[in-house]
Design a protein around this ligand. Structure first.
Ligand SMILES: Cc1cc2nc3c(=O)[nH]c(=O)nc-3n(C[C@H](O)[C@H](O)[C@H](O)COP(=O)(O)OP(=O)(O)OC[C@H]3O[C@@H](n4cnc5c(N)ncnc54)[C@H](O)[C@@H]3O)c2cc1C
Length: 403
């Protein structure tokens, strides 16, 4: 494994750092101050930043070079440090059209969409003109096991009719969100992993009802939000079905590998930023006659945090490198490992930084609370920790006994 970044990646890292300094960081605090009256509205500067990022070639960098002309041409390993830089400011990835769930959905449209799907949905998504949501999880069933999903997708001549209830549909509250990719069952009598399909549902289709936004630790994550959605007799053309009936799991597998690297690298950026803030804060303040930085327990926390971040970074870069070389399937164990290790590491490191800040650490005066929330929610979103351990443990035993 060679972790020397290419010249192109280093050049983009420098460019992105100065973009963040110039445009994003000065507004970090205003951006997190959403009030009732501006909930579900875009931060006014977002469109300006998107135009500037596009002009500077900092656009759609997430889409790996395997996607040909659609891709700006980076490997996952080249993109990973860029995602880390974006992670220092939560939500800044939207300025570069690199935010979830659009990134995963764009990969789905690029990989499995027909030319007509691509013209209608992929092009405006890649241009940053619209946003999208991915509707898999349901309130009525344990969705960490996606074979439980109950939403029905039933063929009726040249249409499909969809009925079900979804929640945790990230991005769906966003006024710019125009399209959903919905997972449901087309054939409940088929083998367990061939019952599910994915279908494109425009958000304004009759029968789509946004029930409510869900909060994450009391924040609505505005303007994206996480919606609960009811689908009642929603009719879409049969041509909206992606790839074919019973191929939902196949699409889900293809969607998740690079997306996990993006989340993990952004979390590493958040953890690193938290440690940087901690180091500055303890060097400034004094208690019991000395700088806080000179207490042994604080030094241990700093040293431990730095070790944990670096371990997580190398693990995630190794995973990105393996995806580049062997695809998401070949890298499945490393993908599970980063998903297990990095969100927990982020929570631990950020928690130490919060403690070292005293009262300020839990307030709106630092981004620490939002970093911690991000780490904590990724321990559940994209599959809970336990599910990844369950699958990784199974893979490792199977590999050992097959030798
Ligand atoms: C902020 C946020 C954003 C999200 N965004 C989206 C989105 O955009 N689209 C979408 O479809 N979903 C989204 N999700 C949903 C997420 O993917 C699910 O919450 C997750 O898969 C778990 O499903 P569940 O909530 O039904 O929990 P359940 O399946 O009910 O599981 C509950 C708990 O059971 C335990 N458990 C489950 N399986 C095992 C096991 N094998 N071994 C041991 N313990 C186990 C775990 O502790 C788990 O947390 C999001 C969730 C959050 C919190």
């Amino acid at each position: 494994m060679n972790f020397d970044f290419t010249e192109r990646s280093i050049e983009l890292q420098e460019k992105l750092k100065s973009f963040m300094e110039q445009h994003i960081y000065p507004h970090d605090r205003d951006r997190s101050q959403f009030q009732q009256e501006n909930l579900w509205q875009h931060y006014p500067k977002m469109e300006e930043w998107k135009a500037a990022a596009k002009a500077e070639g900092l656009w759609n960098l997430f889409l790996p070079k395997g996607y040909g002309d659609l891709s700006p041409g980076l490997t996952n390993l080249e993109y990973a440090p860029l995602a880390e830089i974006m992670g220092r400011s939560r939500g800044s990835d939207e300025a570069f059209n690199c935010s979830a769930p659009d990134t995963g959905n764009m990969e789905v449209f690029a990989k499995y969409g027909t030319p007509a799907h691509q013209i209608k949905w992929l092009t405006p998504l890649m241009n940053g003109e619209i946003r999208s949501a991915f509707l898999m999880t349901e309130p009525d069933v344990a969705s960490s096991d996606a074979t439980n999903i109950e939403t029905s997708i039933v063929k009726d001549e040249d249409e499909y009719v969809i009925n079900g209830r979804k929640w945790w549909s990230s991005g769906a509250m966003n006024p710019s969100c125009k399209v959903f990719i919905v997972m449901g069952k087309t054939d409940t009598s088929a083998p367990r992993h061939s019952q599910q399909s994915m279908i494109i549902v425009p958000k304004d289709t009759p029968g789509v009802e946004i029930i409510r936004p869900l909060s994450v630790y009391s924040s609505f994550d505005s303007p994206e939000g996480h919606a609960e959605i009811k689908l009642t007799n929603v009719r879409v053309p049969a041509s909206n079905l992606l790839l074919g009936e019973g191929r939902g799991f196949e699409i889900a597998q293809g969607r998740l590998g690079p997306g996990r690297v993006h989340h993990c690298m952004r979390l590493i950026g958040a953890a690193q930023a938290a440690l940087d803030l901690m180091c500055k804060r303890v060097a400034e303040r004094e208690a019991f006659g000395r700088k806080i930085k000179d207490f042994s327990s604080i030094r241990q926390h700093i040293a431990k945090s730095a070790c944990e971040i670096e371990q997580a970074r190398f693990l995630t870069l190794a995973c990105a490198d393996k995806i580049d070389k062997y695809g998401a399937k070949g890298a499945k164990n490393l993908i599970a490992m980063i998903k297990i290790v990095v969100p927990q590491m982020t929570c631990d490191v950020v928690d130490r930084a919060i403690q070292a800040h005293g009262g300020m650490g839990v307030s709106q005066d630092t981004p620490l609370a939002s970093y911690w929330t991000y780490g904590r929610l990724v321990r559940i979103a994209d599959g809970p920790d336990e599910v990844h351990m369950y699958q990784l443990g199974r893979n490792l035993v199977n590999e050992a006994i097959s030798q």
